[in-house]
Design a protein around this ligand. Structure first.
Ligand code: GN1
Ligand code: MG
Length: 350
């Protein structure tokens, strides 16, 4: 690891290097160094190049977005990567792993679950402000680093392939979930047919991808910065509002195995909608605004498709902590989907 750190810093003295965060894809470390006797904290990350097959394109997207935010006086902190000493965004080690360094925002925390409507409002407003700042960025400048990333119809087609190749015992285990997905698949076509405009979209607005000031009170939560810009690429606004709904409205997070804890909270939903619209409201087309109620159910079902699909073929994509982890996550998401679809008058689908 020392030789990796040396690519980014002049004569660094490594004070500590510890695994950090809960991401499902990359490996992240909190790095403390002394450089020229100054203590500094950074994030060192190994980019998963099996998921992101064009690591350079990912970094190019992040760089473009960070630059755009800086130019447009975006108010929160910006996750600009730190180049290597030779001016590259990535260092490729002899084993073929890609490494990069980001600033570490001190005195911040993430929420795994939303507890108050104030948190929900602040989070949606912060992600809304991010989307607003990117409104003027020409989305065609960004590369589709994971082709079809939030294309529900493509995800469904991939799922059907996974069904064909499924590990037989796993298919038996997941039969009810597979059927629930197939029964509800129409929502993917319904959203595709809307033909919503392509924007520069974050695509991973889960609640723990927003850093909050750890010194602020629960009733006045203060966002510090949006993180995890790996999936910024062209997409539709339903992705960003949808992932907020998916990860904030449920009483429990996506890892919860006890389905009785999956409870949709309408007041949280209302706070998300208000917060998001307070930034993005005037920039949305009538079609986008009209489609917002579909965002939560659509994105949540797509996440179920991805978790169950990965379970069926033997957990090749998501990090898992135990053999049925992806199945548990998929069940969780299907339970939430059912509530999002039926609850609180936000339906109008199915
Ligand atoms: C992954 O890396 P992480 O945990 O931020 C995934 C998202 C999923 C999410 C589910 C590149 O995000 O799309 O919504 O897990 N990222 C990628 O928690 O697939
Ligand atoms: Mg991510």
């Amino acid at each position: 690891m020392e030789s990796i750190v040396q690519q980014f810093f002049d004569y660094p003295q490594i004070v500590s290097l510890v695994p950090f965060g809960t991401g499902h894809i990359n490996d992240t470390y909190r790095l403390e160094i002394r450089e020229a006797d100054q203590p500094q904290t950074w994030l060192l990350q190994r980019l998963n190049h099996h998921v992101f097959r064009q690591p350079e394109a990912v970094m190019q997207n992040i760089h473009l977005v960070a630059q755009h935010l800086e130019k447009h006086h975006y108010p929160l902190r910006i996750l600009s990567p730190r180049p290597t000493l030779s001016g590259q965004w990535l260092f490729c080690d002899p084993a073929g792993n890609y490494w990069r360094v980001f600033p570490f925002f001190e005195n911040t925390e993430t929420y795994e679950q939303v507890e108050t409507t104030e948190q929900a409002h602040a989070a949606a407003k912060a992600f809304g402000a991010f989307a607003r700042a990117l409104n003027s960025l020409d989305a065609s400048q960004l590369q589709a680093t994971i082709p079809g990333f939030h294309d529900g119809e493509k995800r469904l087609a991939d799922f059907l392939v996974a069904l064909d190749r499924a590990i037989p015992e796993r298919l038996v285990e997941a039969r009810a979930e597979v059927d629930a997905i197939l029964d509800n698949q129409l929502i993917f076509k319904q959203v595709a047919e809307l033909g919503l405009p392509r924007r520069a979209i974050h695509h991973d607005t889960k609640i723990n991808n927003l850093l909050f000031d750890s010194n602020a009170s629960l009733t006045s939560p203060t966002p510090v910065g949006v993180i995890d810009l790996d999936t910024v690429m062209p997409g539709i606004v339903l992705s960003d509002f949808g992932d907020l709904v998916r990860t904030s409205t449920s009483l429990a997070d996506e890892d919860e195995a006890d389905l009785t804890k999956i409870k949709f909270r309408k007041p949280i939903y209302d706070a998300l909608l208000e917060g998001f619209l307070s930034e993005m409201g005037e920039l949305l087309t009538p079609a986008e605004r009209h489609a917002l109620p579909l965002a939560g159910p659509w994105l949540t079902l797509m996440q179920a498709v991805r978790f169950i699909g990965d379970y069926l073929v033997g957990d090749t994509y998501y990090k898992v902590k135990y053999p049925t982890h992806n199945l548990v996550r998929g069940r969780n998401q299907l339970a939430l989907f059912a509530q999002l679809k039926n609850n609180g008058g936000i339906g109008g689908i199915g």
